[in-house]
Write a protein that binds this ligand. Structure first.
Ligand SMILES: NC(=O)c1ccc[n+]([C@@H]2O[C@H](COP(=O)([O-])OP(=O)(O)OC[C@H]3O[C@@H](n4cnc5c(N)ncnc54)[C@H](O)[C@@H]3O)[C@@H](O)[C@H]2O)c1
Ligand SMILES: O=C(O)C(=O)C[C@]1(C(=O)O)C=C[C@@H](O)C=C1
Length: 342
């Protein structure tokens, strides 16, 4: 917002957090002189209602919104606290990190991401417009939804995946070092969000337990089926082995079909990019150099992944580019001395 010319004032119950964010260029940690246009409440879900009610009591703004990951609960709490719901809109940007705090924030976090808005008949048009302006300034894509529909959707696409990732990662807690040393890219992909802040997720899950339990019950059915199928594959009986194989194949195929429905970058249909894989040394500036070389070759990098090799000061960067750009990029990087991997 600051880079787009908006005056931003930061407040946190831990003043050092607001000061750190201000030092990073996210706004001013001093209070505003008069009323502002919009208050954005970005605190853990359980504290949203009290924080927003306090801001309304202080008459800080013309409009108020929150960005909590659940929507029905905070609205009910605000109602119970007697807040002016005409001046409030519940929102949720579908973008975030597994890390918390101002140091984890990035200016381009919301670009091209869905940002859910949950206006009701009570919401003043002016407040909806302020929220739409905020979403546009962050270059996100507004999606209007009902609060309960939102909570069911995020149970499926965000809250259950968090729990499943944590459960897979939990298997490693007491695992042998010899096994953990073999961790490759697959487990890194599946467990990235298992590194998230437990306090925040306790709040989120406590505010959306029913819809998450419904999705997790379906996962549990698949898990039971997978265990039975694998036991079948262990069996000496040929018929049980065939049934087991069919059960496992069914899960893998349904997984492929579900994965195909995950939208690509900027919410568009998934796109097939060509991968140019490059070996890089684990030293400062390597990524910046490779991006600069790709830029000099006139190639837009659509996405990027890094595989770190265990026990080696090196990694493999996968640059995802439009198929037509891949041969030119490969040649350009090779000419600049990079080692291209297949
Ligand atoms: N991290 C994500 O991926 C993500 C994505 C979308 C939405 N959200 C939502 O955004 C909100 C903030 O999450 P975050 O990831 O920025 O967390 P965060 O921990 O980085 O920030 C939360 C801040 O709230 C402050 N705080 C806590 N209680 C407070 C209170 N009573 N009054 C004032 N400040 C208080 C904390 O000091 C902290 O600085 C949550 O509601 C979360 O559900 C998070
Ligand atoms: O990418 C991540 O690290 C996230 O956890 C982001 C994520 C998500 O599930 O997509 C998590 C919770 C928020 O409410 C919105 C976004």
């Amino acid at each position: 917002l600051v880079s787009r010319g908006v005056e931003v004032y930061l407040e946190d119950h831990d003043p050092s957090v607001a000061r750190t964010a201000a030092a990073l260029g996210a706004g001013s940690a001093l209070p505003p002189e008069g009323q502002v246009d919009l208050v954005v409440v970005a605190v853990p879900p359980a504290h949203v209602a009290a924080t927003l009610a306090d801001a309304q009591r202080r008459g800080l703004a013309r409009g108020y919104l929150d960005v909590a990951s659940v929507k029905a609960g905070p609205r009910r709490d605000l109602q119970a606290l007697g807040c002016d719901l005409s001046r409030y809109i519940g929102t949720h940007p579908m973008a975030g990190r597994e890390r918390s705090g101002p140091l984890a924030g990035t200016a381009d976090l919301f670009e091209g991401r869905p940002w859910v808005l949950t206006p009701t008949r009570e919401t003043e048009t002016e407040v909806l417009n302020l929220a739409l302006e905020l979403v546009a300034l962050c270059r996100a894509v507004p999606v209007v939804m009902d609060a309960d529909e939102h909570d069911r959707a995020v149970a499926l696409v965000s809250h259950t995946p968090q729990l499943v990732s944590s459960m897979v990662a939990a298997r490693l807690q007491h695992a042998e070092d010899t096994a953990v040393r073999l961790c490759g890219q697959g487990i890194r992909d599946v467990t990235r969000i298992a590194g998230s802040e437990p306090g925040m997720w306790m709040d989120i899950l406590a505010a959306n337990p029913g819809p998450v339990a419904d999705v997790l019950a379906e996962v549990a059915t698949d898990l039971t089926g997978a265990v039975e199928a694998l036991r079948g594959l262990q069996s000496a009986d040929g018929e049980k082995r065939r049934t087991g194989a069919a059960g496992i194949e069914d899960i893998l195929l349904r997984g492929n079909a579900g994965r195909d429905r995950v939208p690509g970058k900027h919410g568009t249909a998934p796109k097939a990019y060509e991968v140019v894989a490059v070996l890089i040394g684990d030293q400062p500036g390597e990524l910046a150099r490779i991006f600069a070389d790709a830029g000099a070759a006139g190639v837009n990098i659509e996405d990027v992944r890094i595989e770190h090799s265990t026990g080696q000061q090196a990694g493999r960067v996968q640059l995802m580019v439009e198929p037509a750009a891949a041969p030119g990029l490969t040649t350009a990087l090779r000419d600049r001395g990079w080692s291209i991997r297949s």
